[in-house]
Design a protein around this ligand. Structure first.
Ligand code: PNW
Length: 506
């Protein structure tokens, strides 16, 4: 019989933080309650055809009204930490700078309730929900101009001021890669700007995907750095918290040992992770990106560089899966050049031997996660090699997201709750994480499962369920523990005698 108890919480370092992650738009609902104004996700999700199942975040898990119950679930799991994000347009609903007290009160209640139960809040300031008034402002244009920096810093400052006496772990932004590439490249996520002609997708061609992802990423990076500078200058000595960023990356395995494929895999990692980490550790974009994107990639002034370098106290990594990378040296018509072709690689989940890189954790239609826990270890080793092992002694790494959806859509509740595939996936990751800590000397201080609840999975809507708790979206919104929730709880609290039988009997 399969054993799920090879490792347990006590196998990990003393102060290692175990948690779960969510984000505001994905779980809160209550989109026009208590003075919240619209974000780009409200507009985007209400356009028919943008979301896989035409669902929206209007209600989703109604966490806004059920946060106490949800914190009870966290208490039952025995987690140390909860990663949530703050809805910008709940705190600052218009362009006047006025703070919406009801919005502030909501996050105060959550934070206080968490602390009351000994759960440490990890707070992300920006998890993709740009206020619509800033997107619409012709001076600001959301992330597309440098004007956003002042607005973002004002939002961040407001949050430090309101919550920083209790929040000791700040994450400036979540996944610059996805903000830039899916918002402005493929256009599959808000604000849905895209000029790429891609097969069957009918998109409104606005924007310029050749330049906007680079421009947007640049302005997000500068906003991040400016907020960190301000936190360090004005809040850190008194509030004694730390501030970092959360970035996602797949691991890229060369398609074959051929040296061109080896460098293609390297380029993919540079375009995905070094795009942001090189500026933070070295002060500039990777050479490979500067060469291929040329003048479409903005450049940093000396002051920008100074602000960016070492602008993290810790580094959040969101890891889900790995892909193969194959060199592509096709000469492209200049009109077809954008982020995805700039990296001159084709990526796939199937290797040269025809086999999948790992067990498919999502449905064939729209799934993208393959079970490759070894990819996380290689990714962390790659980071240590590129930026230096010592760098991460001062700047610890936290796995701020990891998880998977169901292997099929529309599973019956009963089947969805028997999610042994998720336990296998999570357990595998934790085993590799432990190897990374023990054998590679990597300073990893935390691990957060994505996600506590089945929630609004962006363009995939409610069809893709990542929760360890099943949410009855179509019925009464009740939360129902999946087997994986029981497993995580055992792992965290009763970890010494866990096996499959006792888990199933419980
Ligand atoms: C993350 N990839 O996005 C987001 O931070 C979450 O909000 C989201 O719900 C979660 O992952 C699950 O999708 C990612 O292709 C999307 O490697 C895609 C990738 C990684 C992260």
């Amino acid at each position: 019989p399969q054993k799920f108890n090879k490792i347990h919480r006590d196998s990990f370092p003393e102060n290692f933080a175990f948690g779960v992650s969510t984000s505001a738009y994905q779980v809160e609902g209550a989109v026009s309650t208590d003075g919240r104004s619209m974000s780009i996700w409200d507009s985007f999700s209400h356009v028919r055809g943008n979301i896989y199942d035409n669902s929206t975040g209007d209600v989703t898990c109604d966490h806004y009204h059920r946060y106490k119950e949800d914190i009870q679930l966290m208490v039952a799991l025995g987690i140390d930490a909860y990663r949530l994000s703050i809805s910008w347009s709940r705190i600052l609903p218009d362009n006047t700078g006025r703070v919406n007290q009801a919005g502030a009160a909501f996050y105060n209640s959550i934070i206080n309730e968490l602390l009351h139960h000994g759960i440490e809040p990890y707070v992300t300031l920006y998890h993709w929900d740009m206020p619509q008034y800033l997107e619409n402002d012709p001076q600001v244009k959301g992330w597309r101009t440098r004007k956003i920096i002042t607005h973002y810093v004002y939002f961040a400052t407001t949050c430090f001021r309101l919550f920083g006496d209790r929040v000791k772990n700040w994450i400036t932004v979540n996944e610059i890669l996805n903000i830039a590439v899916s918002g402005y490249g493929t256009g599959t996520r808000a604000p849905g700007r895209c000029s790429v002609i891609s097969g069957t997708q009918k998109r409104v061609y606005i924007g310029d995907s050749a330049t906007e992802p680079y421009l947007v990423a640049h302005n997000v990076l500068l906003s991040h750095a400016a907020a960190v500078k301000l936190y360090r200058e004005q809040f850190q000595s008194e509030q004694k918290g730390r501030i970092g960023i959360a970035l996602n990356s797949k691991w890229y395995e060369p398609y074959t040992e051929d040296k061109h494929n080896v460098s293609a895999a390297q380029r993919c990692l540079e375009f995905e992770l070094a795009w942001f980490l090189d500026p933070i550790f070295f002060g500039d974009y990777p050479v490979s990106m500067r060469i291929t994107a040329g003048s479409r990639l903005p450049s940093f002034t000396e002051d920008d560089t100074k602000e960016l370098v070492k602008s993290v106290d810790f580094l959040g990594i969101n890891y889900y899966t790995a892909n193969y990378a194959q060199n592509s040296d096709e000469e492209l018509d200049p009109s077809l050049r954008w982020y995805s072709t700039d990296r001159q690689a084709s990526v796939s989940s199937r290797g040269a031997d025809g086999e999948l890189i790992g067990e498919a954790m999502g449905p064939s239609d729209g799934g993208w996660i393959y079970d490759c826990p070894w990819g996380l270890r290689r990714l962390l080793a790659w980071m240590q090699a590129r930026y230096g092992k010592e760098e991460f002694q001062d700047c610890p790494i936290l796995i701020t997201e990891n998880g998977c959806s169901d292997p099929e859509l529309n599973l019956s509740v009963k089947k969805a709750k028997q999610d042994e595939w998720r336990i296998r996936y999570l357990h595998g990751i934790l085993q590799h994480l432990l190897d990374t800590i023990r054998n590679d000397g990597c300073n990893i201080q935390g691990y957060f499962i994505w996600s506590l609840l089945d929630n609004f999975e962006w363009d995939k809507g409610q069809a893709f369920r990542f929760g360890i708790y099943y949410v009855h979206h179509q019925w009464n919104l009740n939360r129902d523990p999946k087997l994986s929730a029981r497993w995580y709880g055992y792992f965290l609290t009763r970890s010494n005698n866990l096996n499959r039988k006792s888990l199933l009997q419980d």
